[in-house]
Ligand binder design. Structure first.
Ligand SMILES: C[S@@+](CC[C@H](N)C(=O)[O-])C[C@H]1O[C@@H](n2cnc3c(N)ncnc32)[C@H](O)[C@@H]1O
Length: 262
């Protein structure tokens, strides 16, 4: 029998551990491969499906203007595409785009199986640091992928491969929880370092912002908060963000870069 409150205690203990333990920067590929079997959006986001839906709305609002500006038939790389949730939305907006989704084989296998559109997608089962296609894409999108690579050396290789994959004139859009604080970091790398590393590859940063007010993200994303209260609490957090400072208070950073034409 489930003991009420035990989940909350476990959550608090896990948070306290994050504060006192050293940051775990070991390769975590096995963790993500295993998560591909989890139900619905919990495979790639959090346990609260309503919260995940609200996250998608915020995320899609960041991607929409970039998609709208792409030329007809443009090529898009969804790096770390997971089970294809973002890819589905992209093709629902723009069926003319040629999309490539890269993730571990367990993830892309599920994305392929559950793909609802007639439009074909190129699914590639590979690690982001090993996927090399220089100048192949008008848009390279990471929705939580680069930051999920906790091993810094591997994350840097993946980021550099992503930069190389952008065509001249093309865009790289990162919607990723980049943090230096041990408490929030997946890979321990802040947005300033990411911007420096991407700019060192010849792209320039056009926009730097953030979404998902992190104190609320921490407590709502895996909670069992009633569905009727959650959207209001989420919206309050997102309204607080620009007032308090997106750089400091957002969980997911939104970084947009462009590769100049020669
Ligand atoms: C937070 S999930 C986001 C998934 C997807 N982009 C979405 O928004 O639904 C992070 C994803 O990055 C993938 N990932 C982690 N490390 C990776 C790596 N080294 N190469 C490719 N994908 C990786 C995971 O398998 C997972 O699907």
């Amino acid at each position: 029998m489930a003991i009420p409150g035990i989940g909350m205690l476990k959550g608090l203990a896990a948070r306290a551990l994050r504060l006192v333990m050293p940051h775990d920067g070991r390769d975590n590929s096995a963790y993500w491969r295993g998560r591909a079997a989890e139900a619905g959006s919990a495979a790639v986001l959090w346990r609260n499906a309503t919260y995940n839906g609200l996250v998608r709305e915020r995320e899609f609002a960041q991607i929409a203007p970039v998609l709208a500006a792409l030329p007809p038939g443009a090529t898009v790389l969804d790096i770390g595409c997971g089970i294809g949730e973002v890819a589905r939305w992209i093709i629902a907006q723009r069926a003319d785009l040629r999309l490539t989704g890269v993730d571990f084989p367990e993830m892309v296998e599920r994305a392929r199986r559950e793909w609802p559109h007639a439009v074909p997608v190129e699914w590639v089962g590979a690690s982001a640091d090993e996927f090399v296609r220089p100048g192949g894409f008008d848009l390279v999108l990471s929705s939580g992928c680069y930051s999920a690579i906790r091993d810094r050396a591997k994350c840097v290789r993946a980021l550099e491969a992503g930069c190389a994959a952008v065509k001249p004139g093309g865009v790289m859009l990162l919607i990723d929880p980049f943090h230096t604080s041990k408490y929030l970091a997946r890979v321990r790398m802040g947005p300033a370092e990411v911007i420096d590393r991407v700019q060192a590859q010849g792209l320039h940063c056009e926009h730097s912002g953030g979404i998902l007010f992190w104190p609320f993200r921490e407590f709502l994303s895996n909670s069992r908060w009633p569905e009727r209260w959650l959207p209001g609490a989420f919206a309050l957090g997102e309204r607080l963000l620009p007032r308090l400072g997106e750089r400091l208070w957002s969980d997911y950073k939104v970084l947009r870069f462009r590769k100049p034409l020669p």
